[in-house]
Design a protein around this ligand. Sequence first.
Ligand code: BG6
Length: 539
Amino acid sequence: MSTTPNSQAAHASNTDANSNLDAARSCKVSASAQGAPASPAGKRPAPPCTLVIFGAGGDLTKRLLMPALYNLAVDGLLDDGMQIVGVNHGERETNEWVEDLHQSLQKFAADKASTFHAGKIDDNAWEWVAQRLEYMAGDFETPDTFARLTDKLAQAPGGNVIFYLAVGSRFFKPIVGHLGESGLLKEGAGFRRLVIEKPFGNDLASARDLNAHILSYALESQVYRIDHFLGKDTVQSILAVRFANALFEPVWRREYIDSVQITAAETIGVEGRGKFYEQTGAFRDMVPNHLFQLLGMVAMEPPNSFDAEAVRDKKAEIFDAILPLTPDDVVFGQYEQGPAGVAYREEPDVAPDSSTETYAAARVFIENWRWAGVPFYLRTGKRLAARRTEISVQLKPVPFRLFRDTPVGALTPNVLTLRIDPAHGTSFDFNVKTPGPVMQVGPVQSSFDYGDFFAERANVGYETLLYDCMLGDETLFQRADSIEAGWCAVDGVLHPKTGGALAVHGYAAGSAGPAEADALLAREGRAWRPLTTAAVEKK
Ligand code: BG6
């Protein structure tokens, strides 16, 4: 059973909800953009600026930043005066860099498996971007690079500059230090902003240290800490589903909700990132950042507005209220040889006796009035049976046995599932009378898919983040306090006071994860949502 796609009323109400969100966000368009012509999407081009990308030759620049800039250009959301300076180690001509980017863009556009599957590149839009690109060879740790950058940025339109650190985390401190020492972070007529990728630290102490270093050179309002999950439309839509519908919010509390499951399951392995992954592991890579961000969106109190601080304050309250995790709340796993391929220990750059986890499951409690006692179960892992990022909110059973011969406990629970990737939409499991003369109850599922209502776009998730950064809207970026609260909540797992490192349990590549993760829920009479089949099969 699907929600009817051609319902005008549904269309109208969805559109209204979107435009309300847009209206709230567009209040933040800065004065310099006010006079610019509106793009076809109804938004205005961002103010002019120079975007300096450190790590111009890296994967992030090719796979995500360039496709996102190209998409923004297609939508007319970049100012004509925009410049993009790519900084990287190694001498290269600008035209070589541009050609390399163009080829990657074409490759991703044609690749059905890529996030950026645009089909064909619009030559005019690419030409527009290409004309604004300039390559600058430079070492990230030598003052000379920053002296040359200072000369170049004297021409920055409006004095506005964004420094995007698309580099390994070991370069975050030196780059920020050099930018600060060269005076490049001083705001005068224009803005100076810093965009910092993850991993933002690898535990509480290192995150605090990095925050302190950055904030000794820049104001918090200049710092844009990225969590790319927040750039996904389906993640932003969690707030729309919760706060634009009278149906959900009244039951969105401990009196009605039994538990919440947050899943980010991947089928890919470590994909040539063995070196990084050996140091990081699934827990650090995904839990205190991406999964906690989803938790924040699901659990936060309604903000008074979509003003950046209003939203971020409410999220910060949730991260503060997370009961610190202990080793008992967590299960780690590592993939072994299985139907989906070789064992993690056989991957390139991985130690043959590695004890790095490629799977993590956790039980989290939020100690506040709304959520006390409701478990949030989080899981993530590589080489699992399916790619699925979703949040399932399970409601408590109805209060008594009304249907003869149907024990209440046997009724399928109501579950609202918010699908983030690769499916985009929601589904709701509920019960109806089955056809026939006997009063019997059977489960059904109602689902909504974005593609049924809206034109799907080749959106890589960085478009909104880049555009918002140019506008100065920090709503979708992480504040220092929230980052530290996230690491603080998991510190007892990363540095257990007793008992040493956590056990890492094996699971077959291509399975649903280790049996011990099932036990984490089974001891509380619950089970994970299946990864491979729909929860309710159509008869
Ligand atoms: C990244 C992690 O931050 O997120 C990767 O480092 C992970 O290991 C990725 O694969 C998942 O993001 P997405 O958008 O592909 O679900």
